[in-house]
Design a protein around this ligand. Structure first.
Ligand SMILES: *Cc1c(COP(=O)(O)O)cnc(C)c1O
Length: 391
């Protein structure tokens, strides 16, 4: 053993939290399928574990890995992305407080803040976080949190994390970044000044569409905030179980190579679809004329695997397209090895219809998987042909 402590992303993703078993030498830590732990005398715990709502070694391994890959001090793993967001919000807002929410946020996040926390007396304003003046104008004395999602879902808008961190801190707000779309392999919000990162680990971190989970990662120096989130997790109980934690850890080990391929294939598809007559707009930050391209190129190492298409034939074309692909599965979710197509207006974003976060009915969203790029392109082209025929 040398003293060299590896600190680079790909090494951390594989090794952080993964301690070999001292008795058997297992290279992969066991999945700790237990709800409780034997005590050597009352309150005399071995290794600090008491009951698995409070902590479980498989979850601890994932939490160390999450903190390491986001460059944070604390990772906290939850039963779902929304459970993670809910615990964070409960820890940081109280009745009478106000939250700034992006106008192109994940529909479930908007619903959580609008309905569940709204009922608890928390107000919100929906704002375009790509427009710094609009964000500044929406801040109120009782504002506590600025929530940001970049790239956004599903319109792929880019918000400037470093500039928003400055704005947030000038106004005493906590900057929360939902890093689900980019993943820390491509973008590290805490390095850019954010206070907290949240994830639906269901998506790229898990990466194989076989586990639902979420995470909160808190920056260095905010131990009290992390304690508050852990307290809500323990008191309210939305923890991830050991099998889910194991699957997520396994997914994270290949995150970097997957994100590289997802990004390369998405870039190829985006470039090939720009001039297609059935496509009014390709929404992908890797295209040079995307309005957020320069900021994205600065704060992301690659542009990710998500593309949205605004179809020239409007709602009818979008519906036909979504039901015509053969390789892309018509399904909610994203970030898996298999390509998915989604019709946000009626699927992932149905809950925000009629609100300021409503998605235009001409939009389809693609989660570009790891299949062969030519097969994926052929599939999109044949589905676009059918939208013409439907006209
Ligand atoms: C899916 C998703 C969520 C919610 O996560 P769940 O794991 O489904 O609870 C939050 N934010 C974004 C960007 C998502 O895509």
């Amino acid at each position: 053993m040398t003293d060299a402590r590896p600190s680079r992303f790909d090494t951390l993703a594989v090794h952080a939290g993964q301690h070999t078993d001292p008795t058997t030498g297992d290279a992969i830590p066991a999945i700790h399928v237990t709800s409780t732990y034997a005590q050597d005398g009352i309150g005399n715990l071995r290794g600090g574990y008491e009951y698995s709502r409070g902590g479980n070694p498989t979850r601890t391994a994932l939490e160390e890995q999450l903190a390491a890959i986001e460059g944070g001090a604390h990772g906290i793993s939850f039963a779902s992305g929304l459970a993670a967001e809910d615990a964070l919000l409960r820890a940081v807002v109280a009745p009478g407080d106000h939250v700034l929410v992006p106008n192109d946020v994940y529909g479930g996040t908007h619903r959580l803040i609008r309905t569940v926390h709204g009922k608890a007396g928390v107000a919100h304003t929906t704002v375009d976080t790509a427009d710094l003046d609009a964000v500044r104008a929406a801040v109120r004395p009782e504002s506590k949190v600025l929530w940001v999602e970049t790239p956004s879902n599903p319109l792929m808008k880019i918000s400037d994390i470093a500039a928003l961190a400055e704005l947030a801190h000038e106004n005493g707000l906590l900057l929360v970044v939902d890093n689900t779309f980019a993943s820390p392999a491509l973008q590290r919000p805490l390095d850019l000044g954010a206070d907290v990162v949240v994830h639906s680990t269901t998506k790229y971190l898990g990466g194989h569409s076989d586990v639902v989970g979420g995470a909160v990662v808190v920056k260095e120096g905010a131990d009290e905030l992390a304690e508050q989130v852990r307290y809500v997790q323990f008191a309210a109980g939305a923890v991830s179980g050991p099998f889910d934690a194991f699957l997520t850890t396994r997914g994270i080990k290949t995150l970097s190579v997957r994100m590289q391929r997802h990004s390369e294939t998405a870039q190829t598809l985006a470039e090939r679809l720009v001039h297609h007559p059935a496509v009014a707009r390709v929404l992908y930050p890797g295209l040079p004329d995307h309005p957020g391209h320069k900021i994205a190129a600065h704060q992301m190492s690659r542009f990710g695997g998500m593309i949205s298409l605004d179809l020239a034939g409007g709602e009818a074309a979008a519906r036909t397209f979504a039901e015509s692909t053969e390789v892309f599965l018509l399904a909610e979710s994203l970030g898996g090895v298999e390509s998915l197509v989604n019709y946000p207006s009626e699927m992932t974003h149905a809950s925000v219809r009629g609100t300021e976060a409503e998605v235009p009915p001409s939009i389809v969203r693609l989660s570009v998987g790891l299949e062969d790029v030519t097969d994926l392109l052929d599939d999109v082209l044949q589905a676009l042909d059918r939208t013409h025929a439907a006209h």
